[in-house]
Design a protein around this ligand. Structure first.
Ligand code: NAD
Length: 488
């Protein structure tokens, strides 16, 4: 395979921390290597933050709360936030290339989804912040009560590797819009675009000390979550990490927002438009190598169309080109790291042990001697409580199970600790509304998938999260409300 470096003009970058408007190395001088998952070549080095770096970033962020940022008129702050979005779009090609080098995802996807949405996160909240109000009540002729909104304070933003810039900006934009200062920690696996984002914020006029970033592994994240001068943590990542963070944050009673793992059902009734189902299910199964928390990796199909669905779905999935993220024809790129690749492959072994049939895939992609590529895989014949149906694999692997009745499928759908999202395919509107209310998930898509309006509540129930992001929900998390009562 041609190396990605020959397919993009953009050079990978070394990643330093960003504290008080300056890129800095770690106090302990430690670095680690950042590896391109499509070529296994080293992209550069990343500073490995320790407690001292986190302390420094938190101190600076605390100070900046009281400075220019805390006293800036709303419209001025909104203009700066809008400008961050503009600058992301201006640097779209560079950011998309860095995202694909880091994650292994196809370049067209980085441009179309990751970078465009990152810019839109800032544009959306720049507008939203100028219109959001608070409650007020008149209590007869006794009193007027009104709520005053203020920032939470210093917020730790901790993110995973699957949609690095999209998810970081999904937290950073509302945190800034609500007037907070932040310490970001990108995933150790994908540190490059966040590193550029810090400079973009500064170029847009965000004062020094407002946006800080410390790179590193879980220990660095833990130094943020346990820090007694951090007021809130917005975390996206694995369920088990969320649980660890909750314990670490308990002694200092931090406000927490958790977007965690999922094992989302895709429920297909026989009266659905099958062509539409197939095209959307290809995306909800394999886009971003299946490394999207919202992917519908448990597919349930009503028995009368089960065979036809499998035949058509497998036929289309076989056509998906796996390979070089910088080839415009590529639909499925590399998995993000060797560690994750080994995890996904281990689930393919588990599926075999559990008696699953591989309709397609089930192995390392052929003809690619370097990089972490796995073929799109469709597995049938597994029980609902088997590990491959019930655990999050987070790769290009789906299971398909037939069902006969609504009751049966609803039981299977809800028989899980997860509750992030779901898709429901039917032309029967009564059934759609009835079942949408029964599905235990934070989001139900009816006859579609991944369609978003940033004003709507986003998040999961059960072990998939705590709280919601989006519009007023994000604003409420990143604000504190003080109720004022004026006696008349
Ligand atoms: P992860 O939990 O391993 O890591 C996420 C981040 O947490 C990284 O920055 C990591 O360094 C940091 N971290 C690890 N241990 C920590 C600790 N003890 N204290 C503080 N920080 C710590 O997750 P991942 O493997 O990077 O991402 C994949 C997971 O993210 C999947 O489970 C996926 O479903 C989930 N995800 C959820 C959503 C959502 O919106 N619900 C979106 C994207 C990804």
């Amino acid at each position: 395979m041609e190396t990605t470096e020959t397919r993009t003009e953009v050079q990978p970058i070394d990643c330093s921390h960003y504290i008080n408007g300056t890129y800095v190395t770690s106090n302990n001088g430690k670095n680690f290597e950042n590896v391109n998952p499509a070529t296994e070549e080293v992209l550069g080095v990343v500073a490995e933050g320790g407690k001292e770096d986190v302390d420094q970033a938190v101190r600076v962020a605390r100070k900046a709360l009281k400075g220019e940022w805390g006293n800036m008129p709303l419209r001025q702050r909104s203009a700066i936030i809008r400008k961050v979005g503009d600058l992301i779009l201006e640097r779209k090609d560079e950011l998309a290339a860095l995202e694909s080098l880091d994650t292994g995802k196809p370049i067209w996807l980085s441009k179309k989804v990751d970078i465009d949405r990152a810019a839109y996160n800032f544009h959306f909240f720049a507008d939203y912040m100028t219109s959001i109000g608070t409650e007020s009540y008149q209590q007869d002729d006794i009193a007027i009560h009104y709520a005053v909104r203020r920032p939470v304070g210093v917020v730790g933003l901790i993110n995973p590797w699957n949609l690095p810039l999209l998810l970081m900006t999904w937290k950073l934009a509302p945190a800034l819009a609500a007037g907070n200062t932040v310490v970001m920690k990108p995933s150790e696996v994908t540190p490059m675009t966040a590193t550029v984002l810090a400079q973009i914020c500064s170029d847009a006029g965000v004062p020094d000390g407002v946006v800080n970033m410390v790179h590193g592994f879980g220990e660095t994240g833990a130094a943020i979550t346990s820090h007694d001068d951090v007021d809130a943590i917005a975390f996206t990542g694995e369920t088990v990490t969320g649980s660890t963070i909750m314990k670490a944050a308990a002694p200092t009673l931090k406000k927490l927002s958790f977007e965690l793992g999922g094992k989302n059902p895709n429920i297909i009734f026989a009266d659905a438009d099958l062509d539409d189902v197939i095209e959307t299910t290809l995306k909800s199964s394999f886009i971003n190598q299946g490394e999207v928390c919202l992917c519908g990796s448990r597919i349930y199909v009503e028995r009368p169309i089960y065979d036809e669905f499998l035949e058509k779905f497998a036929e289309r999935a076989k056509e998906l080109k796996v390979g070089d993220p910088f080839d415009p024809e590529t639909k499925v790129g590399a998995l993000v790291s060797e560690e994750h690749y080994r995890k996904v492959l281990s689930y393919l072994d588990i599926a075999k042990e559990e008696g699953g049939n591989f309709l397609i895939g089930g192995k390392v992609a052929e003809g690619l001697d370097k990089g972490f590529f796995v073929e799109p895989t469709i597995i049938t014949g597994l029980e609902n409580d088997s590990r491959c149906v019930s655990e999050e694999i987070f790769g290009p692997v789906v299971t398909v199970t037939p069902f006969d009745t609504e009751e049966e499928v609803m039981h299977q759908v809800n028989d899980t600790h997860y509750g992030l999202s779901s898709s429901l395919w039917t032309s029967n509107i009564k059934r759609a509304t009835r079942l949408s209310a029964q599905i235990e998930a934070g989001m139900v898509w009816v006859n579609t998938w991944f369609l978003r309006d940033l004003r709507t509540p986003f998040g999961g129930m059960k072990h998939s999260g705590i709280g919601r992001e989006g519009g007023a929900h994000s604003f409420d998390f990143y604000s504190e409300l003080t109720n004022v009562t004026v006696k008349l």
